[in-house]
Design a protein around this ligand. Structure first.
Ligand SMILES: *Cc1c(COP(=O)(O)O)cnc(C)c1O
Length: 378
């Protein structure tokens, strides 16, 4: 996660000097520039800057018209926001197992599809791309929306494309833990003109006063305020320029680590685009081995990553919303199961998997030393 630095400070000060931080003021240009650059960088037609990754998910679901009575497939291993976003538009999340790639298992997606399923949210967790070819094929056969949660994989490749720019829409986060870090922020990308217009409307309350609303035939609908400020736009531009070099550096360090670990006989989790892999997970036969390995520095067992595991999503498990009459589970066509056993296979895999941190701020020679230390026998 990039450190906020002098470049960001300079960019931010430029924006402050303009005397107006409002995105729709006459002098504003940072967010417009960022959206154009980000869309181009991801290979998408449209990008919309938003105040968080959660907002991006909600906005994409709302733009796609997902709502009450709909089921949204989400992986059992993701930040809780993925499941919560479905609830926020009135739909219910349905849990899908992950496989050893640590991403949503296409075979389990196929098992979890019902006549009420409207959308799939594959999540590219910890820079690991999902099996998008298989997911897109399934979605095509069942006529489902695919909204990629690329919040944890900004700038990461799946084959010759970028995570987030493959499905109907992509959601990105720029909070303090992500590949672009402006404290809080997000974006949505899509190639679909109508989806984009509806998302832009939704993120700005459906306000009929903007010029851009005059350019479409979509009637305004009530949304929320998910706008960013020009200050954040300026910082986003400064960070976007550093994104690709940062991801490339992660890939290079991953190769050093992966080589050392594989030579020592450790098994790496399968990766859907190994040639561009920017993160590393070691998988063991037993949870005990994973626990022993996790005691080394620079390693975390994935089962221990708190709210990223569905069994820790307290409010979702309790199906509790702010008002009982605004509770999407009341409108669902069937009882949805979030018991600990519902995705036992995911828990088993997470219990045997360890993420190896790639020491973003270390130089490569130090990385070789760290790799050597990490690759010693259990
Ligand atoms: C961070 C994150 C989000 C939400 O992003 P915010 O900007 O924190 O709202 C959604 N999904 C995943 C997988 C995330 O890691």
């Amino acid at each position: 996660m990039p450190k906020i630095g002098v470049q960001d400070w300079l960019a931010a000060s430029q924006s402050i000097l303009s005397g107006d931080l409002y995105r729709y003021s006459s002098t504003a240009h940072h967010l417009d520039a960022f959206e154009a650059r980000f869309a181009a960088a991801m290979g998408a037609k449209h990008a919309l800057a938003l105040n968080s990754g959660t907002s991006a998910l909600v906005c994409a679901l709302a733009a796609a018209g997902v709502g009450p009575g709909d089921e949204v497939l989400v992986p059992a291993y993701t930040w809780m926001a993925t499941a919560a976003a479905a609830v926020m538009v009135g739909a219910v999340p349905v849990l899908v197992d992950i496989d050893e790639s640590l991403t949503i298992d296409p075979a389990d997606i196929a098992r979890k599809i019902t006549p009420h399923t409207r959308a799939i949210i594959p999540v590219h967790m910890i820079n690991l791309p999902c099996a998008m070819d298989e997911i897109m094929a399934l979605a095509g056969r069942h006529n489902l929306f695919v909204i990629e949660d690329a919040c944890q994989a900004v700038g990461v490749r799946y084959k010759d494309k970028f995570c987030g720019a493959i499905g109907d829409a992509g959601a990105y986060s720029f909070n303090a833990f992500k590949n672009i870090n402006i404290g809080e922020g997000g974006a949505l990308t899509t190639n679909d003109e109508r989806l984009f217009v509806r998302a832009r409307n939704y993120h700005d309350l459906g306000a009929p006063i903007r010029n851009h609303d005059l350019t479409s035939n979509e009637p305004p609908m009530i949304g929320a305020n998910m706008r960013l400020t020009e200050l954040q736009g300026a910082m986003l531009n400064s960070q976007l320029a550093r994104l690709d070099p940062m991801v490339r550096e992660l890939c290079a360090k991953r190769r050093i680590m992966a080589d050392a670990l594989q030579q020592a006989g450790f098994r790496l989790a399968p990766h859907h685009t190994p040639e561009h892999a920017a993160s590393l997970v070691v998988i063991f036969d037993t949870a005990e081995e994973a626990e022993t390995f996790a005691e080394r520095s620079q390693v975390m067992r994935l089962l221990d990553s708190s709210k990223h595991v569905y069994t820790n999503w307290e409010a979702i498990l309790a199906k509790r919303t702010f008002h009982p009459k605004m509770n999407p589970w009341a409108w669902a066509h069937r009882e949805i199961d979030y018991s600990a056993e519902s995705c036992a296979r995911s828990l088993d895999i997470l219990g045997r998997s360890c993420r190896v941190w790639l020491g973003q701020r270390y130089p490569a020679p130090l990385m070789r030393l760290a790799a050597k230390r990490l690759a010693r026998p259990l």
